[in-house]
Design a protein around this ligand. Sequence first.
Ligand code: SAM
Length: 237
Amino acid sequence: MKKTKKPWTAHILTLFPEMFPGPLSFSIIGKALKEKIWSINLINIQNFSKKGPKYVDDKPYGGGSGMIIKSEVVHEALKKTIKKIKTDYSIVYLTPKGKKLDQRRVKKFTKKKNIILVCGKYEGIDQRVIDAWKMEEISIGDYVLSGGEIAAMNLIDSCVRLLPNTLGSSKSLDSETFQNNLLEYPQYTKPRNWLGKRVPEVLLSGNHKKIKEWKEKESIKITRIKRPDLLKKVEKR
Ligand code: SAM
């Protein structure tokens, strides 16, 4: 019998499993889910509370507002998840205190077959379980969401589009924004003339060499204007 290869899998520890796959079931990412290019494993943290589903959080020591998810429930949920996976995984805690997610980190997360995403809620998770499992703390930006689920979806989407066979052509990734620390050149489609604004003539020329040169030049130009910090990284190389 032919052995089927296991797809890249996102294991999501959450208090709200019903939020998934949600937006991840649409378009390219949803198609990839149906085609088993990736899969999702939902773990409801509530099922790991010995006292019952309502006892997953408690007040913070030292005072302060809100509730903190208890170490023991996250710990038990992780133990069970990892028992199944065994090997080849990263554990990520989504938190505004983490390192910022960027394309380099996204690529890195696709290299392992499994990613375990721990979603916080309320005021977050007890620090001891984050430290005990050496979770990689990842933020999707300098703003605070009410829970890690939307951040997890964000991370999954950015990973799945990099998996082989998700996109019709992997060539579309070659010149994409952040590839080689550059922003993508401007793109145009029909009509050639829209409200008096014309598509750059070179793109209609059929001269592939000139088109390539134009794209490279525009890419550098737009990066210099919008994200000079990225160009500095190119110069350093
Ligand atoms: N008390 C926390 C603080 O000040 O750092 C914020 C907790 S936030 C209201 C609740 C949960 O949302 C967090 O535990 C985390 O899982 C998620 N979250 C919020 N903002 C995030 C961000 N920028 N990136 C990733 N996850 C985020």
